[in-house]
Design a protein around this ligand. Structure first.
Ligand SMILES: [Zn+2]
Length: 265
């Protein structure tokens, strides 16, 4: 417990869905714990360039990464795993089994199919939650997918921080424990409550960095992204930047309903 951690949100997820129905991009977080250089999730296909750039900005090369933690097998979280040639690839055993059973072309990314990822000979499966580096523990958090896994960072002089993946996609889910786009809503709700009970800070799969207060969840950061429209499309001779901004907001935590199984009698 005497170790210090370095944590950098390399890509911050964005809350919201496009009108086509897909979630926006997901969070990627770098954690340095002793000799371990860990990346929690690797982002979707459109984020490969930014991933490289932002890791470079914090002085980390892809070959420096010793461990990739894949929160779950969805395309928007794991696509760039092949960009880290030295890294041990760590995931929950139940996710591995589920990913293996998915048909090719399902949303579980086919290239992360059993045979391909197995060929890397760098896969380690988590069967029971464990400390994978000093102050860094896995947390089984099923529901969104059968083997979704979060990471808990717990060291002195740092708020207890949970990197949630899509076990918690956004502020509303953390505050209400109500979810959508989950394979098992009640398991998801239980996972969210478990995370809320231990976390002071949560980095969700698709939102800003969140602070857990006694009765409320508040964002610590805003989410900002731009869409650049080429010259002449909107204005003659000029590019136009369309700003997407989700400001710093807060919302109350929804108390458990009466007789909720998570409420002690
Ligand atoms: Zn997902």
């Amino acid at each position: 417990m005497s170790n210090r951690l370095r944590m950098e949100v390399v890509i911050q997820g964005f809350p919201g869905k496009t009108l086509l129905g897909s979630l926006s991009w997901s969070s990627v977080v770098y954690v340095e714990a002793g000799k371990h250089k860990i990346l929690f999730d690797t982002g979707g296909p459109s984020k490969r360039g930014r991933l490289k750039q932002h890791l470079g900005n914090i002085g980390v090369a892809p070959e420096d990464i010793t461990m990739l933690i894949l929160s779950h097998f969805h395309d928007d979280h794991v696509r760039n795993y092949d960009y880290f040639p030295q890294a041990e690839i760590v995931m929950h055993e139940k996710e591995y089994e589920w990913g293996r059973s998915r048909p090719v072309s399902s949303f579980a990314f086919p290239e992360v199919y059993f045979e391909v990822i197995q060929k890397t000979r760098r896969v380690s499966l988590i069967r029971k939650d464990e400390e994978i580096a000093p102050g860094v523990c896995t947390l089984f958090a099923p529901g969104h997918t059968p083997g979704s896994m979060a990471l808990v960072l717990r060291v002195p002089d740092m708020p207890v921080t949970v990197l949630a993946g899509d076990a918690v996609k956004n502020m509303a889910e953390l505050a209400t424990a109500a979810v959508d786009m989950s394979l098992d809503n009640s398991l998801s709700s239980a996972s969210i409550r478990a995370i809320r009970d231990i976390a002071e800070i949560v980095v969700p799969g698709h939102d800003r960095i969140l602070k857990v207060e006694q009765n409320a969840i508040s964002a610590v950061t805003e989410a900002r992204e731009g869409v650049l429209v080429p010259p002449d499309v909107m204005e003659p001779g000029k590019k136009v930047l369309l700003d997407l901004v989700v400001p710093i907001t807060a919302m109350p935590i929804t108390p458990c309903i009466p007789n909720c199984p998570c409420t002690p009698n």
